[in-house]
Design a protein around this ligand. Structure first.
Ligand SMILES: Nc1ncnc2c1ncn2[C@@H]1O[C@H](COP(=O)(O)OP(=O)(O)OP(=O)(O)O)[C@@H](O)[C@H]1O
Ligand SMILES: [Mg+2]
Length: 132
């Protein structure tokens, strides 16, 4: 089995991780990566993308904790013209930009329950509905 890009380590746990990454990367499955701070979650997200058939398309990382809650929805899903004050033109969201590639929702557990419900819909049926 080929090593993962960027991920270093020969420990059996890294070997098991390597096998799992190759397995899920071949599929369009949504992957939840959990672990202690600094254990390489972002590295694994990158590896999943690079080992996948989507590697030639963009990987779009979104730090959900760094974007104000009231902006996050339109940032992710995009918005229509006039959806809210200042929305002078329609704008594509991160999901649209990641189309054909991968989206990495960093710190997704910090988003509101309301937004998580909307995320679930998108992840289940693969369609985004822009705000407004
Ligand atoms: N197995 C590994 N091989 C190579 N580098 C690693 C490995 N694990 C962690 N690192 C390095 O450790 C640092 C932290 O990794 P990363 O940012 O992916 O962790 P994280 O789980 O996302 O952390 P946080 O919880 O703080 O967001 C990075 O510089 C990463 O390259
Ligand atoms: Mg991280």
């Amino acid at each position: 089995m080929e090593d993962l890009p960027c991920v270093v380590g020969g420990h059996p746990s890294i070997q098991a991780l390597t096998a799992l990454v190759w397995k899920v990367a071949a599929t369009p499955a949504t992957v939840l990566i959990s672990g202690e701070s600094g254990t390489g979650k972002e590295l694994v997200a990158r590896a999943v993308h690079l080992c996948s058939p989507r590697a030639g398309r963009p990987l779009i990382p979104v730090n959900c904790a760094a974007i104000p809650a009231e902006l996050l929805e339109s940032e992710l899903f995009g918005h229509a013209r006039g959806a809210f004050t200042g929305a002078v033109a329609a704008r594509a969201g991160m999901f649209q930009l990641a189309d054909g590639g991968s989206i990495f929702l960093d710190e997704v557990g910090d988003t509101s329950p309301a937004l998580q419900t909307k995320l679930l819909r998108v992840l289940q049926d693969g369609n985004v509905r822009p705000v407004g």
